[in-house]
Design a protein around this ligand. Structure first.
Ligand code: PLP
Ligand code: TYF
Length: 393
């Protein structure tokens, strides 16, 4: 049996980590995988996370199973953080194995309700979206999103493509901080999108992996809240990996908003069922860290403050990079870097230029020219800017 297995396509982002490690050049710069790094290049454990872990260690008296859907404290606190309130009459929630687990369970839930469910994804999107859809055998279509000229969103094209989604189709949207491009919709554009979805009966499925990394914790949830208020049914997959810095704890949540109580009940039962079919109980430690922080005013305030520092640090690097490039190139064609939000920006370079950055300057970014802003610091920004101009980008 095992010899019948075929090799699977590797994850190109994760491959880059190995390639970077193997490079012995001094001063190499890693702008690949989407992990936050401070100016010293360290991915720290956040202060409030350490404090919450200490509190859990001191007070936890059992490690017995939780419930199939995960702890209610975590799910309620996350629903409040994402939605700004707890719409208990329409909301079903499920603790998941990271944001990825929430995406998978959302697609499983949709498939359970509608075995041939058609999914619409942005072009480009996070490669794992496509990989999971292909693995599950779900039909999908890409909607136009990124404008390579402006490096912003081609909103007219996006609207035209999303308007073609049928009733009951899923439309996968990045709630903020689009990965891989960094280009995002304005709130007015989200409003237009909501109208299109209302008209077509397609169901928004929001992937929210970077809340707090763009314009602020509430600002980054504004689009999700708008969609949640306007559409009868919404799926939301939220990750705690980045904003709590608990990547390896695998903490996330699936939220399903229903338009009536009976459908909510059905969704809640089906979601717990899906966890049971996959791994029974979801992991608890990361979820407990999150609920400990969010339900304690002091810990929550400290976490918010540290998250704000992280966010502002990335914004400062964006400004610095755009400004260096303005000076070096004598043009404003890189100003989009300051307008993008989140961890990533797509430079719009060719694969050959990305390769040149790697071979000539030991600068590593994903092949589609996505760079992780948090991989930079004040000293490496000028190095990158010079290399970008020298590579003829
Ligand atoms: N969605 C997007 C767009 C992402 O970039 C990520 C990656 O971190 C995730 C979801 C899921 O992250 P995780 O499974 O680590 O919580
Ligand atoms: O896009 C990224 O870099 C992050 C981290 O299989 C990541 O979302 C990358 C690849 C992967 C899982 C997470």
């Amino acid at each position: 049996m095992l010899s019948d297995l075929k090799p699977q396509a590797p994850d190109k982002i994760l491959m880059l980590i190995e390639e970077f490690k193997a490079d012995s050049r001094q001063g190499k710069i890693d702008l690949g995988v989407g992990v936050y790094k401070n100016p010293e290049g360290v991915t720290p454990v956040m202060r409030a996370v350490k404090a919450a872990e200490q509190r859990i260690w001191q007070t936890q008296t059992t490690k017995a199973y939780t419930s199939l859907a995960g702890e209610a404290d975590f799910r309620d606190a996350m629903a409040r953080m994402v939605l700004g309130e707890l719409p208990a009459d329409r909301l079903a929630t499920l603790s998941s194995v990271g944001g990825t687990g929430a995406i998978r369970q959302a697609l499983e839930l949709a498939r359970l309700a509608n075995p041939g469910v058609h999914v619409h994804v942005s072009d480009p999107t996070w490669p794992n979206h496509l990989s999971i859809l292909k693995f599950m055998g779900l039909p999908f279509t890409e909607y136009r999103y990124f404008d390579p000229e402006t490096r912003g969103v081609d909103f007219e094209a996006m609207k035209a493509d999303i308007a073609k989604a049928g009733r009951g189709d899923l439309v996968l949207l990045h709630g903020c901080c689009h990965n891989p491009t960094g280009a995002n919709l304005t709130l007015a554009q989200w409003e237009e999108l909501a109208q299109i979805l209302e008209k077509s009966g397609a169901i928004p499925f929001i992937d929210l992996a970077y809340q707090g990394f763009g314009d602020g914790l509430d600002e980054d949830a504004a689009a999700t809240r708008l969609i949640a208020a306007r559409l009868p049914e919404v799926l939301i997959a939220a990750s705690c990996s980045k904003n709590f810095g608990i990547y390896r704890e695998r903490t996330g949540i699936l939220m399903a908003l229903a338009d009536n109580g009976a459908a909510r009940e059905m969704a809640q039962g089906s979601m717990a069922f899906l966890n049971r079919q996959t791994f029974s109980f979801p992991p608890d430690h990361g979820a407990r860290i999150v609920s400990t922080i969010l339900t304690d005013a002091d810990l929550a305030a400290d976490w918010r403050a540290e998250l704000e520092d992280v966010r502002k640090g990335m914004l400062a690097l964006r400004e610095q990079l755009a400004s260096e490039l303005r000076n070096l190139s004598g043009s404003d064609r890189f100003d989009f870097i300051a307008h993008h939000r989140g961890m990533f920006s797509r430079l719009g370079a060719t694969p050959e230029q990305v390769q040149k950055l790697k071979s000539d300057s030991a600068i590593y970014m994903v092949g589609d020219s996505r760079l992780n802003i948090a991989g930079l610091n004040r000293d490496t920004v000028p190095v990158l800017a010079r290399a970008i101009v020298e590579a003829g980008i």
